[in-house]
Ligand binder design. Structure first.
Ligand SMILES: Cc1cc2nc3c(=O)[nH]c(=O)nc-3n(C[C@H](O)[C@H](O)[C@H](O)COP(=O)(O)OP(=O)(O)OC[C@H]3O[C@@H](n4cnc5c(N)ncnc54)[C@H](O)[C@@H]3O)c2cc1C
Length: 398
């Protein structure tokens, strides 16, 4: 089993182990991985003015975004922890910010229920209008967004909406290709939040589309328009038109245990010898990791999966930083292999992750002890057709 020795630099590890598994040459993002960096980001979180500033794009100093997303996505910060942290901020800012944390939880719930079916349209088929297609490399808004994504590993929510709307309604690409591109480069990229964002923009969940035009750029990032070669012949002067929107059915299993995993700790007669952690939950407060604080830890980069995903080295760097910090506190072995093979003969403890890959791995290589996933909202046994429908019927899992 190929083991990765964490005493080497990230560059040496990436060059030696990740050749042909990533989409770019060695690159660092603007985020450092690791619990201490996540804690630092949370302890310095200031959401004063968030409600007003959240949608600002450029200049970047005017943004209200927290930049917490990579830490939340990889479980270094729990949604509940972040929720509690903002308790003493102004009502408006706190509410708006907590609403966004709920969107994150909603995306996880939806993914727990529909899994890989989120690769297709959800409740509506949407067809773009071929007459709308614009493939102009000179558009400063689109190239600025792509440059920021590729060089930093981050996008604010507004530019994610602009970009996905443009790709969906004004290019001939399949939306999944452009979603993949974003997913690869975002350090917070997840199939739950990224695809939910795309569905929201495309109108595939609610039937209402989000259009992108010069209007938003002028309002949120005027400099981009002012410096654009096409400012007097802007190809996105108007809102995009859509060819058709039609209903679609989706088949869903609503069994809570199948979708959300155990609700209490599952034990067996045997004692675990290891704790297995994965990219969904890398924080010190991971239930399995903190409960078995004396056991050695295993992390497995899934070679087959990486070959398919072709993630950016920005993400691999973030993960390596995080693992190196764990390695300073615990005995940790890192493999680049097939997780099922590594875990098959091991007695290990883990925390359930409501994602298809975790379910697949643990179907055959069963954990000896399994902890429920940490969550903000209690598991659901209905299919939510929108965020508001979900919010009305859910309760906090406090
Ligand atoms: C097309 C598209 C793709 C997206 N892809 C991802 C993705 O891959 N991973 C990801 O974590 N988020 C994704 N989002 C949601 C959102 O854009 C990012 O979470 C947010 O921009 C991250 O920056 P931040 O931490 O500074 O956000 P803040 O505005 O500071 O928000 C705080 C936290 O709330 C959560 N959050 C905020 N907005 C949303 C939202 N709309 N949906 C879900 N969670 C939200 C995130 O965990 C975020 O860190 C996507 C949105 C769209 C429209």
């Amino acid at each position: 089993m190929p083991e990765i020795n964490l005493k080497y630099s990230n560059k040496e590890i990436i060059d030696n182990f990740f050749e042909n598994l990533t989409c770019d040459e060695y690159q660092e993002s603007i985020f450092k991985g690791g619990q201490s960096y996540a804690d630092h980001a949370l302890n310095n979180l200031d959401i004063n003015g968030y409600a007003k500033k959240r949608n600002n794009v450029y200049p970047s100093e005017k943004r209200g975004s927290s930049y917490l997303s990579p830490y939340i996505r990889h479980g270094l910060l729990g949604l509940k922890e972040v929720w509690d942290y903002v308790e003493n901020f102004d009502y408006q800012d706190r509410n708006k910010f907590r609403d966004e944390l709920l969107w994150q939880e909603f995306s996880r719930h939806l993914y727990a229920i529909i899994g890989r079916k989120n690769k297709e349209f959800l409740n509506f088929y949407i067809k773009n209008d071929p007459g709308e297609i614009v493939q102009n490399q000179k558009m400063n808004c689109i190239s600025t967004i792509e440059n920021e994504l590729e060089s930093t590993g981050y996008m604010v929510n507004q530019t994610r909406m602009w970009y996905s709307s443009h790709q969906m309604f004004r290019t001939s690409n399949q939306w999944q290709e452009s979603e993949d591109y974003m997913y690869k480069h975002l350090v917070d990229g997840s199939r739950f939040a990224n695809r939910l964002g795309w569905h929201w923009v495309m109108g595939s969940q609610t039937g209402k589309i989000y259009g992108f035009s010069k209007f938003q750029v002028k309002k949120r990032a005027p400099k981009i328009c002012n410096e654009c070669q096409l400012q007097n012949e802007c190809p996105i002067e108007d809102w995009p038109k859509v060819m058709s929107i039609s209903n679609k059915d989706i088949e869903i299993d609503l069994n809570i245990e199948n979708n959300f995993g155990p609700q209490t700790i599952l034990t067996s007669n045997e004692k675990p010898h290891y704790v297995w952690i994965n990219g969904e939950s890398l924080g010190d407060e991971d239930p399995a990791l903190s409960h078995f604080s004396e056991l050695p830890v295993i992390f497995i980069f899934d070679k087959g999966l990486l070959k398919n995903l072709n993630l950016s080295t920005k993400r691999i760097n973030f993960l390596l930083d995080t693992l190196k910090e764990i390695n300073e506190k615990r005995e940790l072995t890192v493999y680049l292999d097939n997780p099922e093979n590594v875990l098959m003969k091991k007695k290990y403890a883990s925390t359930f992750a409501p994602v298809p890959k975790y379910k697949k791995i643990t179907k055959n290589a069963k954990p000896t002890v399994e902890f429920p996933a940490k969550r903000l909202i209690a598991p659901i046994n209905f299919y939510p057709r929108s965020f508001s429908a979900w919010r009305k019927k859910t309760k906090m899992a406090l």
